[in-house]
Design a protein around this ligand. Structure first.
Ligand SMILES: Cc1cc2nc3c(=O)[nH]c(=O)nc-3n(C[C@H](O)[C@H](O)[C@H](O)COP(=O)(O)OP(=O)(O)OC[C@H]3O[C@@H](n4cnc5c(N)ncnc54)[C@H](O)[C@@H]3O)c2cc1C
Length: 569
């Protein structure tokens, strides 16, 4: 089966009101006629945005000194040793071996696992060697800001643009040959029909470094295990504590963060004194209370039967520790997938349960284009195309979840369509095929008025395709393939929301990933990187190239490690 479809299927499988101070004063003078007036309303800004009281916001009781079994001193402490934490420690150690570095990691050494396979980046030597064109950093930044509605921090995004290429080369430098050999570029080589910029303005870039062997034997975790092995063998200034869970950060009388308390594998309390502390514990998706509290906009979209879950995610300890220390969380926290319906990768013509078209099927990558479905359509959707579907698939753009037109994927698509054709009325895997549109309408469940609507909508779509202008929904003309040449296909999708991989937002930071307090001033000593760091994605996870979550975690982790060395040396 095609890679992207596998990805989508796995993805699908796994799938308060703010208290405002209102001062109202309305004065009606006795001699004035008594007409209804609107009282002037002042909404007072509170020091912190008021939020529902949730147990996770309450810090634990401090551990008394006499309960501490061991105390360590270091310059930089990373709480969490994942993509961001490990890259930060490695980069710091390489820049200055005299700095004392420590990493506290909850997982045991032999069970340590990270998630993913795609490392999104631009402008690496890896890409240059393959002939992948260099990307203009300014264009990359502006495109990112466009995609995130300018709600991401441009300074962090520009650091990603400038340093992601060198970061991936830096990672590849310490990999074993077998892991290195398993690396392939995504969406490369390109077909002559590739679309780099959609008519909506969004740009997409090829060349993500992917580790995804057919048997899933080599994924991101194998890559990072090699990095870990290198750090352990070659960088003695880094001391790692596996099986150790960070509990809370320590502050001194001035309000500076000066270390952390953790519990070791035996449940004993360990104290780490540090000049700089990095929150790098990943996301909070597996913490239901935090999800409910912090992702209210998604919870507000759910309906009966929806189950909001990110079973593979982290539990949000880093977010908790930062909040207890006074850190300010961004208010629109993005997630990887939670509020999108992963509809058909091909695009085609999407019809709702009444057989009515409702959006531009190719507005962007799936993270954004399916927002409409998630917010508007919660019943059956049918993606319709004809026998030109394999050709249409070549007109792809290199975003996550887009159809990657490799020969293997095209063959898998053709195979799927053939199976649907042979299956007749029962369909195969949600795909149906018929020699006539009339017949297809019945197979996908449109009868009576809906069937008439279906035929009329296909005709209207064909008219728009022939005219080369989607005057109904604005779809890119290059992706307007008429539905005229049988057999005809329908992919029936049952929309659900609520299954995601991770949350991708967190603390508002300055340009050096230093966590800001409620007063928007940096909290001395406290940093957030990876999925604890906010304002990288704005209101939604976006992928101008696949795998930017891992890409940005590694890149900004490295940038942070290098920066912190300068601040403590
Ligand atoms: C199945 C799956 C597939 C994915 N595929 C991709 C992909 O292909 N490309 C992509 O870009 N993104 C992908 N992602 C998302 C990506 O894995 C994350 O966004 C990425 O891991 C973020 O890196 P991080 O360093 O912030 O956190 P993590 O990699 O999660 O690292 C956090 C570390 O902190 C540790 N930790 C947590 N709490 C504590 C604590 N209290 N004390 C000590 N240690 C703690 C954790 O054990 C972990 O090792 C995928 C996610 C999933 C679940």
């Amino acid at each position: 089966m095609m890679k992207e479809n596998i990805s989508r299927r796995n993805f699908l499988k796994g799938a308060s009101a703010t208290a405002l101070g209102v001062a109202a004063s309305g004065l009606i003078s006795a001699c004035e006629p008594k007409v209804a007036t609107t009282a002037p309303t002042n909404v007072e800004a509170t020091e912190a945005p008021a939020a529902p009281v949730s147990s996770w916001r309450t810090p634990p009781e401090p551990i008394a000194d006499d309960q501490i079994s061991t105390t360590y001193d270091c310059d930089v402490l990373s709480l969490g040793v994942g993509f961001a934490g490990l890259c930060a420690l490695r980069a710091a150690a390489e820049k200055n071996p005299d700095i004392k570095l420590m990493g506290v990691e909850r997982q045991k050494r032999d069970e340590w696992a990270l998630f993913g396979h795609d490392f999104g980046h631009i402008n690496s030597e890896f890409q240059a060697d393959l002939g992948i064109p260099k990307v203009d950093e300014v264009e990359f930044l502006n495109n990112w800001q466009l995609m995130t509605q300018n709600k991401s921090n441009p300074a962090l995004v520009m650091q990603f643009a400038k340093h992601s290429g060198e970061t991936i080369d830096w990672i590849r430098k310490v990999l074993s040959q077998s892991v290195l050999d398993a690396c392939v570029p995504m969406f490369w080589p390109e077909t002559e029909h590739v679309i780099h910029q959609l008519n909506t303005g969004f740009r997409y870039y090829p060349g993500t470094a992917q580790w995804w062997t057919a048997d899933n034997a080599i994924e991101a975790k194998e890559v990072m295990k090699d990095v870990l092995a290198y750090v352990e063998a070659s960088l003695p200034s880094v001391q790692l504590f596996f099986g150790t869970t960070a509990q809370y950060v320590l502050k001194d009388a001035s309000g500076a963060v000066v270390g952390a308390i953790a519990t070791d594998a035996d449940g004993k309390y360990v104290k780490y004194n540090a000049k700089r502390v990095i929150l790098a514990t990943g996301d909070f998706g597996s913490n239901p209370e935090m999800v409910k509290d912090l992702l209210g906009y998604i919870m507000g979209m759910t309906m009966e039967g929806d189950n909001v879950a990110m079973p593979m995610a982290r539990d949000g300890t880093g977010h908790k520790m930062g909040v207890w220390a006074g850190g300010r969380l961004e208010t629109e926290i993005s997630t990887m997938g939670l509020d999108t319906i992963m509809a058909d990768t091909l695009g085609g013509l999407w019809l709702d349960e009444e057989a009515i078209r409702f959006c531009n099927e190719s507005y962007s990558g799936p993270e954004i284009r399916t927002f409409i479905a998630a917010r508007l359509k919660r019943r059956k959707i049918v993606a319709v195309y004809d026998s030109t579907a394999p050709e249409m698939a070549l007109y792809s753009f290199p975003g996550h979840g887009s159809f990657e037109p490799t020969q293997e994927n095209i063959d898998a698509l053709v195979d799927q369509l053939d199976k649907a054709y042979k299956a007749g009325a029962t369909g195969d895997n949600g795909y149906f095929a018929a020699d006539s549109l009339d017949q297809l309408a019945e197979y996908v469940g449109y009868t009576g008025e809906q069937k008439a609507a279906f035929l009329a909508q296909v005709e209207q779509y064909n008219t728009l395709c022939d005219a080369g202008v989607d005057s109904d929904f604005g779809k890119d003309p290059r992706l307007m393939f008429p539905i005229k040449a049988g057999p005809f296909y329908g992919h029936v999708i049952t929309p659900t929301i609520g299954f995601g991989l991770v949350t991708t937002g967190g603390f508002v930071t300055d340009n050096d990933q230093q966590v800001l307090g409620q007063d928007y001033k940096p909290i001395p000593g406290l940093y957030a990187s990876g999925n604890t760091c906010g304002m990288r994605f704005g209101p939604a996870y976006i992928t101008p190239t696949p795998g930017v979550s891992i890409g940005i975690a590694c890149t900004l982790g490295k940038v942070l490690g290098e920066h912190l060395v300068d601040t403590v040396a």
